[in-house]
Design a protein around this ligand. Structure first.
Ligand code: HEC
Length: 169
């Protein structure tokens, strides 16, 4: 083999290595994933079923809706606890504003946060089996905010698999 052919082989090999490591990197660090947990916004969550609405008073003053994927809704209906792996819950939140068309009515104003909880009992064993993600305008918020999630859910609703929301009647 002449030296030119050797060089060509070397370059081809190098290209393969570079391509493979680039792929490995994108797989291990998905775009817009939450810090600590690596949770992303699930595709199609706006089509999921409603678990329950909620309202939070001042200072946040928000309207909320918790939606669940089909695994979550099945578990809710059958009363399965803990929630099975693959359960995903999404909490949408908006500023709580008065309807301009009918005074006593409240309606959603600007969207504030989208929060996600994903059940994977092995991957998230240290946080009750749940991975957390909080997003503003589609982008995850900082690590410090993600450090608060499990602590509050654990302190209040440990007896309901760390989930506050019950299925609305
Ligand atoms: C100080 C307490 C507190 C903290 C901190 C907190 N949550 Fe929650 N979370 C709640 C409450 C209360 C609810 C019930 C729904 C509501 O009132 O909005 C809830 C509901 C949820 C839900 C719907 C499922 C359920 O448990 O009802 C998700 C998803 C969620 N939170 C994600 C997060 C994420 C992600 C973080 C961290 C970035 C976080 N939460 C931090 C109190 C907290």
């Amino acid at each position: 083999m002449n030296s030119l052919a050797k060089l060509a082989l070397l370059l081809a090999g190098l290209a393969v290595v570079i391509t493979c490591s680039a792929e490995a990197f994108t797989e291990s660090a998905p775009q817009n994933a939450s810090p600590i947990f690596g949770v992303t916004i699930p595709d199609g969550y706006r089509q999921w079923e409603l678990v329950a609405p909620a309202q939070e008073g001042e200072p946040l003053n928000e309207l909320r809706a918790v939606l669940g994927n089909p695994i979550a809704l099945k578990a809710y209906r059958e009363g399965t606890l803990p929630f099975p792996d693959g359960t995903v819950l999404a909490k949408l939140a908006w500023k709580h504003v008065q309807s301009p068309e009918f005074e006593p009515a409240s309606i959603p104003g600007a969207a504030t946060t989208l929060q996600i909880m994903v059940k994977d009992s092995k991957k998230y064993a240290a946080t009750g089996g749940w991975g957390f993600g909080r997003f503003v305008n589609g982008k995850p918020v900082d690590e410090a905010q993600h450090e608060t999630c499990f602590a509050c859910h654990e302190a209040r609703v440990k007896n309901h698999d760390f989930v506050f929301t019950r299925l609305a009647p």
